[in-house]
Design a protein around this ligand. Structure first.
Ligand SMILES: Nc1ncnc2c1ncn2[C@@H]1O[C@H](COP(=O)(O)OP(=O)(O)O)[C@@H](O)[C@H]1O
Ligand SMILES: [Mg+2]
Length: 473
């Protein structure tokens, strides 16, 4: 039994407590033993003296020494009718060293006397005074030696200690049994359930069924049961979601291919001889291209983890120009959005060029779409710079600011879109890609005058190379 186990602790504590309790009762027990001993001596002396008084004088001398020996005292004095009478006497081996009057001794006095008797190992002669039994006089006084009393006390003390040792061992064993049964067995059960459950958390057979009779343990089991049920059901749900995700990915993939083919045919409708068909054609093309975009972004998001960035050094102004060019082309139909870039021409940045292209495209496209949505002209501004720790890119626009829904679900997949035909994935993907670089995308301003997003990309490569969090939550 080791001391760091519950049973070990219990056994040790039991022994300590019993020993402490024993120490507390040992002294009073010894004091009471001594008192009993002295009183029995007085009683025997009284009987002996009465025996002698009733005997023939001629026999007295022999009988006297025998009676004294039997009583274990040297002499006996009785006081009757105010007359002090030496009834029995024999030679005393030494001077009387102390007198104890049992009629006057208080509790603490007896304990003090007991201690003194115990630790004084000289054999001394003491005088003991007490009241005679049966009111056979006013006082009885004996002289006796201390050695037999002391020996008796030592034997008694040892017996008491031995008994308490046996008692404490037995209590420890019993307590141990009880602890095993009441506490350890249920705890081991909980542990084994936890281990089994950890190995196969999706298997509901490993969920614990609370049955401990001790309230606290039962509460622990119930808490474990609740936790296991929650985890198991959310695991199942996750699994279903993953399967669903795979199905959605497959559908998106095939749908995109079908739509791309349809798009080619829809393009041809613009050359149709029928003016109605010609008029409807651009709307059809537009709808199909929105559907293709939806498929593509869903597919991109479906890759639960973006590949880690492949870092290279490149000119940021050049990249921004590419993005702006593509967006200008995409927004040509309305043509009311101005793009302004304020990026030092020599600014070189270390990042994944393709990923950063996607990030900027997403943010700039959102800005363009927001401005276009107002029907008013507006400006999208792109600025960038660097400091000792990072590169920063700011994308601002003069649009209407983020709608409340978008602000509430900022960077959350599928839930933030407030735009017709939107997926609510653009910002999520942008944020995930930048996080893959160890950086962050922040919305720093959004009001009626427009919005401003800030991208931070740290210079410290080690941050970028840390494992990338999953894009989906
Ligand atoms: N610069 C912006 N100005 C105003 N609203 C914006 C801006 N950027 C994003 N939003 C809002 O946030 C929503 C979520 O954007 P995003 O995650 O790119 O999804 P989507 O563009 O597919 O809707 C958009 O629908 C739009 O309402
Ligand atoms: Mg978008």
């Amino acid at each position: 039994m080791r001391l760091n186990t519950i049973s070990g602790r219990f056994a040790a504590l039991t022994i300590i407590f019993v020993v402490l309790a024993e120490i507390c009762i040992l002294l009073p027990s010894l004091a009471s033993y001594r008192l009993d001993y002295l009183e029995s001596r007085l009683e025997r002396a009284q009987i002996a003296s009465l025996a002698l008084l009733a005997t023939d004088e001629s026999l007295a001398s022999d009988l006297e020494s025998e009676l004294l020996q039997n009583a274990g005292v040297f002499n006996v004095v009785l006081r009757r009718n105010d007359i002090r009478q030496l009834v029995l006497s024999s030679p005393i081996p030494g001077p009387v060293s102390a007198t104890y009057d049992l009629r006057e001794e208080g509790v603490f006095q007896t304990m003090d006397d007991a201690l003194r008797t115990l630790f004084d190992n000289r054999d001394e002669v003491i005088r003991v005074i007490g009241s005679p039994v049966n009111q056979a006089g006013q006082l009885i006084e004996i002289t006796m030696n201390t050695a037999p009393l002391r020996q008796g006390m030592i034997d008694y003390g040892l017996r008491l200690l031995l008994l308490s040792a046996a008692f404490s061992v037995m209590t420890a064993l019993l307590l141990n049994l009880v602890v095993q049964r009441l506490v350890l067995v249920p705890i081991r059960r909980v542990i084994s359930h936890m281990v089994a459950y950890a190995n196969a958390p999706e298997d509901p057979r490993h969920i614990i069924a609370p049955n401990a009779r001790i309230a606290e343990l039962n509460a622990a089991e119930s808490a474990l049961e609740t936790m296991q049920k929650t985890v198991t059901s959310s695991l199942k749900q996750k699994e279903r979601m993953a399967q669903l995700g795979q199905a959605v990915a497959k559908i998106s993939h095939d749908l995109r291919n079908i739509l791309t083919t349809t798009q080619i045919f829809a393009d041809r409708l613009e050359d149709s001889a029928d003016p109605k068909v010609r008029r409807a054609a651009p709307k059809l093309v537009n709808s199909i291209s929105r559907a293709v975009t939806l498929c593509e972004t869903t597919l991109a998001f479906g890759k639960a983890e973006e590949p880690p960035p492949t870092l290279s050094r490149f000119n940021l102004a050049q990249l921004a120009a590419d993005v702006v060019e593509a967006e200008t082309l995409a927004g040509e139909a309305v043509g009311k959005v101005d793009f302004v870039t304020d990026i030092p021409p020599s600014l070189t940045i270390r990042a994944d060029r393709d990923q950063l292209y996607r990030v900027l495209t997403n943010l700039i496209r959102n800005a363009r779409q927001a401005i276009e949505g107002t029907g008013e002209p507006g400006t999208v501004e792109l600025a960038a710079g660097e400091n000792d720790n990072e590169w920063w890119i700011r994308i601002g626009d003069t649009g209407p600011g983020l709608p409340e829904k978008a602000r509430e679900h900022l960077f959350k997949p599928f839930s933030g879109s407030a735009r017709k035909g939107g997926t609510g994935l653009g910002l999520t993907i942008a944020a995930d890609l930048v996080r893959g670089h160890g950086g962050a995308v922040d919305l720093i301003r959004s009001d009626a005058e427009g919005s401003e997003f800030m991208i931070h990309i740290p210079r410290d490569v080690s941050i970028a190379l840390q494992p990338q969090p999953a894009a989906a939550q």
